[in-house]
Ligand binder design. Structure first.
Ligand code: HEM
Length: 504
């Protein structure tokens, strides 16, 4: 029998050595293997941790970006996030369109959608998400005028039904980041998803909860170690799986029974698309659609509540639009009934004031970074001799222009008049305002986002007088400040609207 005495090392020593070796191997495995070439920008001066890299990019993104940018000679800087090499760009030159991949950038670094985070995810598949890929082709088709024309009565009815429910509430106080956000979710479901869910309040609530679970799971840990089964990753996987199962059941049911729907899902089925692509599309489109719209509609109503001047301008605009475009047989019918007869052309053209309100809300709420990845084999010049090397990601923080006091006076203030004649701050620098994206990647849902913004705002204002309050209904003078360190449009906390039915 082998005696332990003949081993040259004791068991505790062997255990310690094994542990150290494992830790060393883990360290080597997790540490970046990428070497930035010489022409890359200088390193960010903000502290970096081993393995994790620039943790502040997660915890305080806008602060990290500003500090790094201001300390760098050219305004551009490099850093690691886990193993991922990233170049932070700033200034007008950075906003120029380049041959970089948007989808590969977001798939790994954004992390707030169910199919992101892994190199081989569908979101990262060029055939699916790339330019001209399946996702783009399908969403472009759904955003056509004929579809809006067809769905307009249903969209208006959805808004009306929700506002009627609000009108019956005994408190007359609502959190718009919950109630109005839910209306946007329903409209988005109708426009890129399916009526089976849009018509069913329970299924709407259930899928929204799953959506929110996935969205809130984008933590630093899930982004850095997507393969590690942390509670967030597990929760996200389960919620994503449940969403998929709900849609799968509806698709299978339609296929089995032959009962057709009249909605985007049916359109996808009729194209002969396979179930996996259909579900990936619908879930992806819901994320793209709700991320900014839901939050901005609620912010606009809240901003209006604190600005009598803009509220009265919007009221006047809503009345004028109804007077000009309504086809209601009774011109003295309530304003909301008149609005319900507006054609799509009016909804898309008669609300320039609401548009300005949304524009400045987007400037404040489009938080975080735009991401790209250099998937080419060549280094891309960024204008001053510096390059984005192959394989590196690019992060451009939208606060670089949207919160720049040299472009937008008093940048943290919501003030739609900054775009009006005489000020036109958005024209002060190239691509100063990029709220709908630009160049190679304009927002594909802009028309729908504006349409739902206009319908909800106009209906709400036609139906209610309202003011900004706390939860108990005590008036407050202003919305809380926006946390510019967030990674995407964020719901305000503690904002309530107290409303009463208008007598018109
Ligand atoms: C207020 C609401 C919205 C805002 C502020 C907004 C903003 C943006 C921005 C800034 C981009 C470009 C991102 C970049 O370049 O990195 C973008 C892209 C996109 N948006 Fe929107 N969006 C909104 C609503 C919507 C809606 C409702 C949909 C769909 C129903 C949608 C679908 C998309 C898609 C698919 C892209 C990617 C375009 C591409 O692949 O090139 N968006 N959006």
């Amino acid at each position: 029998m082998l005696s332990l005495d003949i081993l040259p090392l004791s068991l505790p020593t062997i255990a310690s050595l094994s542990l150290l070796t494992s830790l060393y191997l883990l360290y080597t495995l997790l540490s970046p293997s990428y070497t930035f070439p010489q022409k890359s920008p200088s390193s960010s001066t903000v502290s970096h941790l081993p393995i994790v890299g620039a943790l502040q990019f997660f915890t305080k993104r806008w602060d990290f970006f500003r500090l790094s940018r201001d300390a760098a000679k050219t305004g551009n800087f490099k850093f690691f996030l886990g193993k991922h090499p990233i170049v932070g760009l700033s200034g007008a030159e950075a906003r120029k369109s380049r041959e970089l991949s948007m989808h590969e950038g977001y798939a790994i670094l954004f992390g707030a959608s169910p199919n992101s985070l892994t190199e081989d995810s569908l979101a990262n598949d060029k055939e699916f998400s790339g330019p001209g890929g399946y996702f783009t082709r399908r969403i472009v088709k759904l955003m056509k005028t004929e579809n809006f024309q067809k769905s307009l009565p249903y969209l208006m009815q959805d808004v009306r039904t929700s506002l009627d429910t609000l009108a019956k509430s005994p408190t007359g106080i609502t959190d718009p980041f919950s109630s109005i956000y839910r209306i946007v979710y329903q409209l988005t479901m109708r426009t890129v998803g399916c009526n089976d869910i849009a018509n069913d309040p329970l299924l709407l609530e259930k899928t929204l909860n799953l959506y929110e679970t996935v969205e809130s799971s984008a933590t630093a840990a899930t982004m850095l170690f997507p393969w590690f089964p942390s509670p967030s990753v597990i929760k996200r996987t389960i919620a994503g799986g449940r969403l998929y199962m709900i849609f799968n059941k509806i698709v299978e049911n339609r296929r089995k029974t032959g009962v057709r729907g009249d909605d985007p899902l049916q359109f996808l089925i009729d194209q002969g698309d396979d179930v996996k692509s259909i579900i990936e599309f619908v879930v992806g489109a819901l994320f793209a659609g709700l991320l900014n719209s839901g939050v901005n509609v609620a912010w606009v109503l809240s901003y209006l509540a604190q600005s009598p001047e803009w509220l009265s301008r919007v009221r006047a605009e809503v009345s004028a639009a109804a007077a000009k475009h309504s086809t209601h047989p009774d011109p003295s019918a309530p304003l909301i009934d008149q609005l319900s007869t507006l054609p799509i052309e009016a909804w898309e053209s008669a609300f320039p004031t609401i548009d300005l309100c949304l524009k400045d809300s987007i400037r404040l709420q489009l938080l975080g970074s735009a991401f790209r990845k250099n998937i080419s084999s060549r280094a891309l010049n960024v204008g001053n001799g510096e390059v984005v090397p192959p394989g590196a990601f690019v992060a451009y923080h939208l606060g670089d222009n949207h919160l720049n006091p040299d472009i937008f006076r008093d940048p943290e203030k919501w003030d739609p008049s900054r775009y009006e004649e005489g000020r036109e701050e958005d024209k002060k620098a190239p691509y100063a305002w990029v709220g709908w994206g630009a160049a190679r990647h304009p927002c594909l849902g802009m028309r729908f986002a504006k349409l739902e913004q206009n319908i909800i705002t106009a209906f709400f204002i036609a139906m209610f007088d309202y003011e900004l309050t706390d939860k108990e209904g005590t008036p407050v003078s202003a919305t809380p400040p926006v946390d510019f360190n967030k990674h995407s449009a964020t719901k305000a906390k503690g904002v309530y609207l107290k409303y009463t039915l208008r007598k018109t």
